[in-house]
Design a protein around this ligand. Structure first.
Ligand code: C2O
Ligand code: CU
Length: 643
C-alpha cells in the first residue's frame, strides 16, 4: 500500500514549486532568502524521506527519482544553502535552484519513458545550464542583482520548456492516432522474426465448416431491471437480463454464438474474457471486427481449450456498457469422459454450483454493490454435506473484497486455471478479486451457515451477503477481519517451470499528465505514454515471453492480456512459492511489481489493457502483436481506440 507515499511526494513537489518561486524572486538578494530557502529545503527533505521509505520496498519504485528527479532540485538547493552559509552571493545558484525545483516537480507529475532517461537528463541539465548562463550574463550586464535577474524571464523560460516538452508528448501521441499499426514497436530484445507473412487478423477465425455442439443467441437491448432491493437500473441486457444468460459449454467442443443488437446505439461486441479464442473471434471493435450496430448481428465460433470459469462482456464503450449490464458467465466443463459427476446446478445435484458477479450498479441512489442483481442480503437452502462451488467473478472496475465465513474452504481455480493441491483456508479468509478476475471457491456444506459477503459499496447501507444454510432461513453472520488470501503462496508447486525468455518487456505504470488520443489528461501512463502511443509488444509465434510490470502510480491496475493466460513468476522480487499461478487479469497495486511469463501460441493482434475500463478509456491500452500479422481494419475504432 504505497499510494499514500506516492501522493505525499506529488503534493510536496507541488508545494516546493511555490516556495521555490519566491526563492527565485529573492535570489538576487541573498539577505532576503530566509524563509523561502528554509521552506524549500524542508519540502525537499520531505521528498527525500518519502524516497527513502519507498526505496526499502524496491529500487524500481524510486530509481528515477533518486538518479534524476530529486538531484535536479536537491543539488542546486544545497549549493544555495552553502553559499548563504558562507555569505557568498547566491543569486545565480539560487535561480538555478528555483528552476531545478520546478523541473523536479515536472518530472514527478509528468511520467517519462524510463528508456528515454538520457534524453530527459540532458534536457533537464541543459535547462539549468541556460538559466545559470542567463543569470550570470544578466548580472554582468547590469552590474549588481538587477531586477532583470529576477523571476519573470525565469518563469518564461520554465513555461517555454514545459510547453515544448508537452508539445513533444502531444506530437508523439497524435502521430499514431487511430492506427494500431502505426504505434511504435518494442521487440523485447528478441529478433525481428517474421514467422508467417501477411496474415490478416480477419482470417484467424474459429473452425468454419463443422457443426457446433452448442449454439446460443445473445440479444442486446435496453431494459429497466429491478435489483433485489427494488432499486431500478436503466440497464443494458443480454436476453433481457443482467447478468446475461450463463453459457455452459464443454472443453474441446465447438461453440457458436450469434450476437444480435436490438437498440444499443453505442454498438456491441462480445469478448470472451479469459478464453483463448482465435483472434478474429475476440470481439474487439475496430481490431477484430466492427461493433455490431442496432439491427445488426455477428456470429462467433470457437472451441474452448480449457475448462473453467470465464465470462463474456461487450467491448464497445465498455466503461459505460459493461457497468450497465452487458456481461454474463461463460462456463467451460471438462470433456464429458473426465468430468466426475461434477454436474452443474442446472443438471445433476451433487454440487451446488453458483456464479456470483461482484458488480457495482449505477442506480438512482448512486453506485450500489451487488452479487449479480442482489444488492440486499439473500439466503439459499443447501443441504449439509453437499459440495458447493462458488464462482466469483468481478465485473466491476475496482478490486473487490469477498469474505467466505462459517466453514473452511479452498480456492480451486484462479481465472479458470486449477490450483495445484489447494489447501484448506480458514473461514473468514478474505479474497481480493481483480476487476475482471475470478476465483472458484470449493467447500463442503456444514450443518451451520456459510456466509459470503462483500463490504458495502458507496451509497449502500447494508452491505451485500449470501447466506447458505440447510434450512435456507439463516441470516448471514457478521465476519470479522479475515486474513487476505495470497495466491503467490497457495497450493503446492508442480514440476513445470516457466521457460526462459526469448523476449522480455518492461512496463512501468505511473499516474500523471500525458496525452491520450491527442488530448491532455491526468491519468495513468505506461512507460510515460498513453494510447495509442504505448509501444506494441512484438513477438513471434512460439516465443516464450516475460513481462515485468511495476506500478509507481496511485491506483490499482488489473492488467489483462487478451488471447493468452500468463503465469506469475515473481511478485516484489520474490518468486511464487505455491501452485503455479496462472491468471488472465492480474491486479497490480500501487508500489507492486510483478514478473509474468507466457508462451506466444495464439497468433494475432491482441489487446493488452487495464481492466478498469475507465483507466482504459483514459489511455491504458496497448497491444501484443505477432510478427507478420496485419489488420486492414484501421482508424475505425473511434475515440477510445479499440476500447
Ligand atoms: Cu474483459 Cu479487454 O476485456
Ligand atoms: Cu488501471
Amino acid at each position: 500500500m504505497d499510494e499514500p507515499l506516492f501522493i505525499t511526494d506529488l503534493l510536496l513537489a507541488a508545494f516546493a514549486t511555490a516556495s521555490a518561486a519566491v526563492l527565485g524572486v529573492r535570489a538576487a538578494r541573498p539577505a532576503a532568502l530566509g524563509w523561502p530557502l528554509r521552506l524549500t529545503v524542508a519540502l525537499l527533505a520531505g521528498r527525500l524521506v518519502v524516497a527513502a521509505l519507498l526505496w526499502r520496498e524496491g529500487w524500481e519504485l524510486v530509481g528515477h527519482r533518486l538518479t534524476l528527479g530529486l538531484p535536479v532540485a536537491v543539488l542546486p538547493v544545497a549549493a544555495t544553502v552553502l553559499a548563504v552559509a558562507r555569505n557568498r552571493p547566491a543569486g545565480t545558484v539560487g535561480q538555478v535552484a528555483a528552476v531545478g525545483v520546478f523541473v523536479s516537480a515536472y518530472l514527478a507529475w509528468v511520467p517519462q519513458d524510463p528508456a528515454a532517461w538520457p534524453v530527459t537528463a540532458l534536457v533537464a541539465a541543459a535547462l539549468l545550464g541556460v538559466v545559470a548562463l542567463l543569470a550570470v550574463g544578466l548580472r554582468r550586464w547590469r552590474a549588481g542583482g538587477s531586477r532583470a535577474a529576477r523571476l519573470p524571464w525565469q518563469s518564461a523560460l520554465v513555461v517555454l520548456a514545459l510547453a515544448a516538452s508537452l508539445g513533444g508528448l502531444q506530437q508523439q501521441n497524435a502521430a499514431v492516432a487511430g492506427d494500431v499499426a502505426a504505434a511504435p514497436e518494442d521487440w523485447g530484445g528478441g529478433p525481428r522474426t517474421v514467422a508467417h507473412h501477411g496474415v490478416d487478423v480477419a482470417s484467424l477465425t474459429g473452425p468454419e465448416g463443422d457443426t457446433p455442439a452448442a449454439r446460443f443467441t445473445l440479444v442486446a437491448a435496453h431494459r429497466t431491471i429491478r435489483l433485489a432491493s427494488g432499486r431500478q437500473v436503466d440497464a443494458l441486457t443480454f436476453n433481457g437480463t443482467s447478468p446475461g444468460p450463463t453459457l455452459r459449454v464443454r472443453q474441446g467442443e465447438l461453440v457458436e454464438v450469434t450476437l444480435v443488437n436490438t437498440d444499443v446505439t453505442e454498438g456491441v461486441t462480445v469478448h470472451w474474457h479469459g478464453v483463448d479464442v482465435p483472434n478474429a473471434e475476440d470481439g474487439v471493435p475496430g481490431l477484430t471486427q466492427d461493433a455490431v450496430p442496432p439491427g445488426g448481428r455477428h456470429v462467433y465460433r470457437f472451441v474452448p481449450d480449457r475448462a473453467g470459469t470465464f465470462w463474456y462482456h461487450t467491448h464497445r464503450d465498455s466503461q459505460r456498457t459493461v457497468a450497465r449490464g452487458l456481461f454474463g458467465a461463460f462456463l467451460v466443463d471438462p470433456p464429458a469422459a473426465t468430468s466426475a459427476g461434477d454436474e452443474s446446478g442446472s443438471g445433476g445435484d451433487r454440487t451446488y454450483d453458483t456464479t456470483l458477479f461482484t458488480h457495482q450498479w449505477l442506480t438512482g441512489d448512486g453506485t450500489v454493490a451487488a452479487f449479480n442483481d442482489a444488492d440486499a442480503p439473500t439466503r439459499q437452502a443447501v443441504a449439509a454435506g453437499r459440495e458447493v462451488l462458488l464462482r466469483l467473478v468481478n465485473s466491476s472496475e475496482d478490486p473487490q473484497r469477498v469474505q467466505v465465513g462459517g466453514v473452511s474452504f479452498r480456492v480451486r481455480a484462479i481465472d479458470g486455471n486449477p490450483v495445484h493441491e489447494p489447501g484448506p483456508l480458514p473461514g473468514g479468509t478474505e479474497l481480493l478479486l481483480a476487476a475482471g478476475g475470478r476465483y472458484d471457491v470449493g467447500l463442503t456444506m456444514p450443518a451451520g451457515t456459510v456466509t459470503v459477503s462483500m463490504p458495502a459499496g458507496e451509497g449502500d447501507g447494508g452491505g451485500v451477503s449470501l447466506a447458505l444454510s440447510p434450512s435456507g432461513q439463516d441470516a448471514a453472520q457478521a465476519l470479522g477481519e479475515g486474513e487476505r488470501f495470497d495466491p503467490a503462496a497457495y497450493g503446492t508447486p508442480d514440476d513445470t517451470a516457466p521457460p526462459l525468455a526469448d523476449r522480455s518487456f518492461d512496463l512501468v505504470i505511473d499516474t500523471g499528465f500525458g496525452f491520450a488520443d491527442g488530448g491532455l489528461t491526468f491519468a495513468n501512463t505506461v512507460d510515460g505514454r498513453m494510447h495509442p502511443a504505448v509501444p506494441t509488444l512484438m513477438v513471434a509465434l512460439g516465443d516464450s515471453v516475460r513481462v515485468r510490470i511495476v506500478n509507481r502510480g496511485i491506483f490499482d491496475h488489473p492488467m489483462h492480456l487478451h488471447g493468452h493466460r500468463v503465469r506469475v513468476v515473481q511478485r516484489d522480487g520474490s518468486p511464487v512459492t505455491g501452485s503455479p499461478w496462472w491468471t488472465d487479469t492480474l491486479n497490480v497495486a500501487p508500489g507492486e511489481s510483478y514478473e509474468v511469463a507466457f508462451t506466444a501460441d495464439n497468433p494475432g493482434i491482441w489487446m493488452d489493457h487495464c481492466h478498469n475500463f475507465t483507466h482504459a478509456a483514459e489511455g491504458m491500452v496497448w497491444h501484443l502483436a505477432y510478427a507478420g500479422v496485419t489488420t486492414a481494419r484501421q482508424g475505425t475504432h473511434g475515440k477510445h481506440g479499440s476500447e
